[in-house]
Design a protein. Structure first.
Length: 237
C-alpha cells in the first residue's frame, strides 16, 4: 500500500476520483530496485502494471542466438507495459534497471476493473496506449526509411526539441554504450556515425553536442518536429 498523493503525481491517474485513487493506492506496492536487477523478464505473465517514479529502466529483447537489443528507455512518469496487462498476455520484453529505480506495481485484475468503470480514467488509459503505439510506429519508420546516420541525426534533433525546443547545444542523456544499444548499433558504429555527421555540422565533445544548423540537419534526415518528436509524459510538479 502507498499514499494516494503519490498517484496524483502521475499523468496516468490524473483523471481518477479521490475514492478511486485511494482504492488503487491500497492495492499498489512500491519497490526499490538496484542497477542490473530485472522487474520482469521476457515471457513472464503480465500480472502487474509498472510505473517508474525515479531512476531509469530499459526494455530489452533477445534474439534466437541470445543477442540482446534495447527497445526503449523509460523515464520517471512512464508506465509499462499496459497492453500486455489488459490483454492478459505475456511480456514481449524484459525490464532491466539501468539506474536505481523506485517503481510502483499495480495488480492487473484490479486495474482492468477500474477501466471497466469508464469515465476519464478509461480515456487516460486509451491515451497511454496510443502514445506507446505512436512510439512503436516512429521506431519502425526510423528503421525502414532512414539510414544509420539519418536515424542518429533524428535522435539528436528529438533531443534538441526535448531539451530546449530546437536549441543548437544539447546534452546526451546516457552513456554512449547505452545510446548505441538504444539505436541498434555497436559503440564503434555509433562513434563512426558521429564522425560522419561532422559533414552535417554535428560536433560531439564527450556528452555535449553542438549542431551548427538545425535546419541543415533536419533536411539531411527528413525530420519533422510535428511528426518525429517524442510524445513525452512527465510527472506533475
Amino acid at each position: 500500500m502507498i499514499e494516494a498523493h503519490l498517484l496524483e503525481q502521475i499523468p496516468l491517474f490524473s483523471g481518477m476520483t479521490p475514492d478511486d485513487l485511494e482504492q488503487v493506492a491500497k492495492l499498489t506496492d512500491e519497490v526499490t530496485c538496484d542497477k542490473g536487477n530485472f522487474l520482469f523478464r521476457e515471457g513472464d505473465k503480465a500480472n502487474h502494471l509498472y510505473v517508474l517514479m525515479s531512476g531509469l529502466v530499459q526494455l530489452t529483447a533477445r534474439g534466437p542466438e541470445g543477442q540482446q537489443t534495447v527497445i526503449e528507455i523509460l523515464y520517471p512518469g512512464d508506465s509499462f507495459i499496459l497492453a500486455a496487462v489488459i490483454t492478459h498476455k505475456r511480456f514481449l520484453m524484459s525490464a532491466e534497471v539501468v539506474k536505481t529505480a523506485r517503481v510502483l506495481k499495480i495488480p492487473g485484475p484490479e486495474l482492468i476493473e477500474l477501466i471497466r468503470h469508464g469515465g476519464d480514467f478509461g480515456v487516460t488509459m486509451m491515451a497511454t496506449l496510443s502514445t506507446q503505439f505512436r512510439t512503436m510506429v516512429r521506431q519502425v519508420k526510423n528503421q525502414r526509411l532512414r539510414t544509420t546516420a539519418q536515424r542518429v541525426a533524428a535522435f539528436l534533433l528529438d533531443l534538441a526539441y526535448d531539451q530546449g525546443r530546437g536549441e543548437n547545444r544539447i546534452t546526451l542523456p546516457h552513456s554512449k554504450k547505452l545510446l548505441a544499444a538504444l539505436l541498434g548499433m555497436s559503440q564503434e558504429g555509433l562513434s563512426r556515425t558521429f564522425t560522419a555527421l561532422k559533414e552535417q555540422g554535428v560536433e560531439i565533445d564527450h556528452n555535449q553536442v553542438h549542431i551548427e544548423s538545425i535546419i541543415k540537419l533536419r533536411r539531411f534526415c527528413g525530420f519533422s518536429n510535428k511528426l518525429d518528436t517524442t510524445d513525452r509524459i512527465n510527472l506533475k510538479d
